[in-house]
Design a protein around this ligand. Structure first.
Ligand code: CS2
Length: 496
């Protein structure tokens, strides 16, 4: 067996000549702290900052932080923060080593170290990818979940925070005390008006700790919204091993992704603004339209593929997209969602849809349906439910594709697919959905009603919409009896 070399600063010069790598001085201040340094951050924001540093803009190194697990720190710190981005499309594979991450802190190991990093005057920007549930908000109302034990712990003891809003408040409090200007808080999660939501979470937590601090934050801190887009499947142990045997390099922090990448950022900063527009991002006054279109078209379709495709036994997005009926179902879902979108300057829905067809067909990504199926309770409101509500409030017919997708989510909660194979339901509300199903004692209509009664996900309008409940129940019963593959086929046949 040959011995692979682990990626590190010392080994940079030995990389294959055609791999892109950082040629800039990495020993410069961190202007960014990133909360939630997973694969998505590495393949998206960190690549933009790598380009910024490569273009000669100084002071934009990133200090990463994991709020839960030490895994990323263990992968990246021995590599001096370096990692490879593998851009994959068809047979084409382009490795690029990115250098924008300095190091990674593990918040639970040393929360004060992260608060100190946030208080560093060189830091002008805090970016976040903490996933939907990381904001500790009620998915239906967007209010801070004061009943969450971690939120309650942060309010009781801000000296040792646990949550993302808690760290932001503690970091801002330290800066205020020291007379240092606040950082800009930039959410990069798939939530509508993610800046406003982050602001609401931070202000609610600050208010509970110190109303004067909350007032200062409300006055001084910018919380731009942003739309982020790049498909980044979770890296698997096989990906690491295959990379090692193909190249002779071991990279524990490798990420694989698609060529496409987009970042639209609201132009609202209270501290230095990184000139991201020079490296392909867009600054705009109004991100809401972009976010809504991306969430309803890309993510909405993704979740439909995840549940219906997963139930039908397709492990990967491209396989589901090639299966009978799925492409037509997704077109129907896009028609339904597209009708709720107001025109956005610079956004061409037809071109976007065409691009999505190609992106979803990229088999080299091996994007798992299971990965997208995670945390559905946190994703459904912005991906499907708001769309359905708007359609119904406008007095229009129940949208059948979105309704079928929702029936697929409901069936997914049972933890068993069309073929009887079991899957785990990876969701913070999994215990609640399991309990709802158990209480319905095998009656499908009662199962639908029990799941819809979950206020945190659905609010109160859905159970009261009789036509919608009837159609949802029909779709659910069909999936339960015939399977999701047959339900998708029947949906398409009925439209022909
Ligand atoms: C996906 C997203 O896992 C999911 O829920 O829908 O991560 C999706 O791949 C990205 O938003 C693409 O930008």
């Amino acid at each position: 067996m040959n011995h692979a070399t682990r990626l590190s600063s010392a080994a940079l010069a030995d990389l294959p000549a055609d791999w892109a790598r950082p040629a800039y001085d990495r020993d410069q201040p961190c202007g960014v702290v990133h909360l939630g340094i997973g694969a998505f951050h590495r393949a998206h924001q960190a690549v933009f900052f790598d380009a910024l540093l490569a273009a000669g803009h100084c002071g934009w190194m990133i200090r990463g932080a994991s709020l839960r697990s030490p895994a990323v720190a263990q992968a990246m710190n021995p590599q001096d923060g370096l990692f490879t981005v593998l851009v994959r499309d068809g047979a084409e594979e382009r490795p690029q080593v990115a250098g924008s991450v300095r190091d990674v802190l593990v918040a639970p190991d040393d929360p004060q170290a992260l608060v100190r990093a946030l208080a560093d005057p060189a830091v002008a920007l805090v970016t976040l990818t903490v996933t939907e549930k990381g904001y500790c908000l009620d998915p239906a109302t967007g209010a801070l979940r004061a009943d969450d034990p971690a939120v309650a712990a942060d309010i009781a003891n801000l000296a040792s925070p646990q949550t993302a809003p808690g760290f932001l408040v503690a970091g801002l409090a330290a800066r205020r005390m020291a007379g240092v200007a606040p950082f800009t808080v930039l959410s990069c999660d798939n939530l509508p008006e993610n800046g406003q939501r982050t602001r609401a979470a931070v202000l609610a937590l600050a208010e509970a700790v110190d109303p004067a601090l909350a007032a200062w934050i409300a006055r001084e801190v910018a919380f731009p919204s942003s739309m982020v887009d790049r498909i980044v499947p979770a890296t698997t142990p096989d990906d690491l091993d295959n990379f090692e045997s193909a190249t002779g390099w071991r990279d524990e922090a490798l990420v694989k992704t698609e060529p496409f990448s987009q970042w639209v950022v609201e132009d609202w900063f209270c501290n230095r603004r990184p000139p991201l527009d020079e490296v392909g991002a867009q600054f705009t006054r109004d991100v809401a339209g972009w976010e809504k279109a991306k969430l309803r078209l890309l993510n909405g379709a993704h979740s439909a593929i995840a549940y219906l495709g997963g139930l039908a036994g397709y492990a990967h997005v491209h396989q589901a997209m090639a299966a009978p009926g799925f492409a037509a179902l997704i077109e129907a879902l896009w028609d339904e969602a597209g009708a709720t979108l107001a025109p956005v300057d610079g956004f061409d829905p037809a071109a976007y849809r065409a691009q999505l067809r190609t992106r979803f067909a990229n088999g080299a990504l091996m994007h798992r349906t299971n990965q997208i199926a995670m945390d559905g309770s946190q994703k459904l409101p912005q991906r499907w439910l708001q769309t359905i509500l708007e359609i119904r409030r406008a007095g229009r017919a129940v949208p059948p594709a979105l309704t079928l997708a929702l029936a697929g989510w409901m069936r997914w909660q049972a933890g068993v697919n069309d073929a009887g194979a079991r899957h785990s339901v990876d969701d913070p509300l999994a215990a609640e959905t399991a309990c709802a199903l158990a209480n319905a004692a095998g009656d499908p209509a009662a199962e639908v009603r029990a799941l819809l009664a979950n206020n945190a996900i659905f609010g109160s309008a859905f159970p009261a919409d009789a036509d919608f409940v009837a159609q949802l129940t029909r779709s659910y019963v069909f999936i339960r009896q015939e399977g999701a593959a047959a339900a998708v086929q029947a949906f398409v046949d009925a439209r022909d």
